[in-house]
Design a protein around this ligand. Structure first.
Ligand code: ADP
Length: 187
């Protein structure tokens, strides 16, 4: 089993592209945001703990996610591959993922960095806010906060994998189909 990490800011299109890529190459798509939303719906301990952070546009603490990620990796072991969307989002999470993949004999194949300029993220955010029922898509301040958190905590993870020669930068501007083809060509 190998992992493709789909990496980018909020509203960069990770979710959309993850779905498309999953259908095209037969890898399972795992969005940590989706997992947390489903945990919340099911009133699990993790879901309830995560809710307050998500509502404020903050990251859920690293230690709350480790067990969930390891369980998901174990579940996916018989899959051809995994598209990881939304993890790792901090340097400690990147360390955790590297440790867990080593432990379970999984290879990180590539990190696909979806590159979208700040103004476009804001435009897409405004658009998504109108059509979304997510608790973190309602308030423009929370949406901006998520982009800020990305710059402070998540962007360094891109550099972490550049040093390991795993990162490929993908232009995330344009039609969905166009971006999907760029991603496909890069793997
Ligand atoms: P987006 O599409 O805006 O990037 P996601 O659906 O991936 O949002 O995630 C929604 C929220 O779930 C994040 O803002 C964060 O609070 C929480 N979350 C998801 N993945 C992680 C993670 N790896 N570490 C910490 N928090 C996370």
């Amino acid at each position: 089993m190998e992992i493709l990490i789909l990496f980018g800011a909020p509203f960069s299109g990770k979710g959309t592209q993850g779905e498309i890529l999953s259908k095209r190459i037969g890898f399972k798509h795992l969005s940590t945001g989706d997992v947390l939303r489903s945990e919340r719906k099911n009133h699990t301990e993790l879901g309830l703990k995560a809710e307050e952070y998500i509502r404020q546009g903050q990251l859920v603490p690293d230690e709350l996610l480790e067990e969930m990620i390891e369980n998901e990796l174990i579940k996916c072991k018989s899959e051809k591959g995994l598209i990881l969307d939304g993890y790792p989002r901090t340097i400690p999470q990147a360390d955790t993922l590297c440790r867990l993949t080593e432990k379970h004999g999984i290879r990180i194949k590539r990190v696909l960095l979806l590159d979208v300029p700040h103004e476009t993220l804001i435009e897409r955010g405004v658009h998504r806010g109108k059509n979304s029922d997510r608790i973190d898509d309602k308030d423009p301040n929370v949406m901006n906060r998520r982009i800020e958190v990305y710059h402070q905590e998540t962007k360094p993870v891109g550099d972490y994998f550049i040093v390991r020669n795993l990162t490929v930068r993908i232009n995330g501007i344009g039609e969905i189909e166009e971006v999907a083809n760029r991603i496909l060509n890069s793997i």
